[in-house]
Design a protein around this ligand. Structure first.
Ligand SMILES: [Zn+2]
Ligand SMILES: [Zn+2]
Ligand SMILES: [Zn+2]
Length: 452
């Protein structure tokens, strides 16, 4: 035993514990979560009328007097099992808004639906993969003496891709401030699309909600240059949302035109700063609008949902933009495993975060995301279902239901998180078993010619 690595010895110790079977049940219930949250407490469910105790649960009877629950992190670099679960939920959430299901009527697939990509503007020339990178026959150099062209053909994963040709020419301030205002720019975009639709149909803007409803789900994706792109599903319904047909004027063409025009027009002004002045921010010139056609169970819709889901589960190790965890000091930025370009963005974020005029942007808090605040996935209320509803459905499936006419008295306390080295080993094994079982079921279904 002495020769075994520490983790193995720890795993053996856990497996010999009399509480091991129940502990393993808990680990299995978390799906083999890599960083479970440890809770201590109790919950009692009473019959509202008689006061009779229907159910009582107390962690005092559990191994280590605690209950382990999922960390629910969406990033695969932080927790594989939870990120897979989250990606699955994201897929269903986006898919339901495109094709129906999860309480959304199937008629949504006949509505005007677009998959739109809004880009960030250019903040300076960066190296590109694919074709010859920035060819320039006449050569030439910037004011810092660096070549204006490159001429190399970079592989897609080459470290140079996305890095600026000249870091001194690159507008790091604008890049960070654009990220910090991206959500505001999005809000203005949505308002402007509604406004354009209304005026093109001859409706008073304030009456738009009485005629139609614009629903969306959007994700933020970091490109190689570490600037956020916004991918979004936009759907036009009648005033009541998914259950309601749009008015006759609500056509795909009209929606497409409004989206293009708004993407080119909307702007946001940054607060005035002595250090950086005032910037006018807008979307990049390249707006991609793809019409999703209603041709039954078209592969387009599933592909869009899968694409969104896949992106949402990516951690920063995969995107290379920022870090998975917040930074609290300049030293954290210096020691982060990121490219020079991303490190400069993080330093810029930190520096600008120290200016009082930018305090509302909370740039230091969001240095790890390069100034971009908020969620990777956001959606309007009427788009489809919610993560909470999907989780509740899963709990119901496992028998944890709320009893009507009952009151629940619960007290929970956070007592820790994570695994010991041996527990981590066992949890990883459980997660692998679950993933393999799922793959086996999928294979059996497709081999049997069943629905996939
Ligand atoms: Zn987890
Ligand atoms: Zn290049
Ligand atoms: Zn330069």
């Amino acid at each position: 035993m002495r020769h075994l690595p520490e983790a193995d010895r720890d795993a053996l110790r856990i497996a010999q514990d009399p509480d091991f079977p129940r502990w393993l049940q808990q680990i299995t219930a978390t799906g083999g979560c890599a960083h479970p949250v440890h809770l201590s407490g109790h919950t009692t469910t009473l019959d509202n009328a008689t006061g009779e105790i229907l159910r009582h649960y107390d962690t005092r009877n559990e191994p280590g007097e605690r209950l382990l629950v999922r960390c629910r992190n969406r990033r695969s670099t932080v927790c594989g099992p939870c990120s897979r679960l989250h990606a699955g939920d994201t897929f269903h959430l986006v898919r339901a808004g495109l094709l129906g299901g999860k309480n959304v009527p199937a008629s949504v697939r006949t509505r005007p639906r677009l998959f739109v990509t809004l880009t960030a503007p250019s903040f300076g020339a960066v190296h590109r993969a694919g074709q010859t990178c920035r060819p320039r026959r006449d050569g030439g150099a910037c004011e810092h003496g660096r070549p204006l062209g490159c001429g190399t053909v970079h592989a897609p994963d080459a470290p140079a891709v996305g890095q600026p040709l000249c870091p001194d020419c690159y507008d790091y301030t604008a890049h960070v401030l654009w990220h910090a205002h991206a959500s505001k720019l999005w809000d203005r975009f949505v308002i402007d699309v509604r406004r354009r639709l209304a005026s093109s149909a001859g409706i008073v803007q304030s009456r738009f909600a009485h005629h139609a409803r614009l629903s969306f789900a959007r994700i933020a994706e970091y490109q190689k240059r570490a600037a956020v792109h916004v991918h979004t599903v936009v759907r036009l319904d009648g005033p009541d949302g998914p259950t309601d047909e749009p008015p006759a004027w609500g056509t795909t063409d009209r929606l497409t035109r409004a989206v293009h025009a708004s993407a080119q027009r909307v702007t946001v002004r940054t607060p005035y700063s002595l250090a950086t002045g005032e910037l006018e921010l807008s979307w990049g010139t390249q707006t991609d609008v793809c019409v999703l056609h209603a041709k039954g169970d078209g592969p387009d819709d599933d592909a869009v949902a899968a694409y969104v889901a896949k992106y949402v589960s990516k951690g920063t190790d995969e995107t290379g933009a920022g870090t998975d965890h917040k930074v609290t000091t300049c030293d954290d930025i210096d020691s982060a495993r990121v490219s020079r370009h991303v490190r400069t963005l993080m330093h810029t974020c930190w520096r600008l975060g120290g200016l009082p005029e930018y305090a509302p942007l909370r740039l230091r808090t969001w240095t790890h995301t390069l100034g971009y605040r908020g969620h990777i996935l956001t959606k309007s209320r009427a788009y489809s279902t919610t993560y909470a509803a999907l989780r509740a459905q899963r709990a119901h499936h496992h028998g944890h239901t709320d009893t009507p006419d009952a009151i629940t008295d619960a007290h929970w306390r956070y007592v820790g998180s994570g695994h010991t080295p041996g527990a981590a080993l066992i949890a990883a094994g459980v997660a692998e078993d679950i993933a393999q079982n799922r793959a086996a079921v999928r294979d059996a279904l497709s081999a049997g010619g069943g629905a996939t």
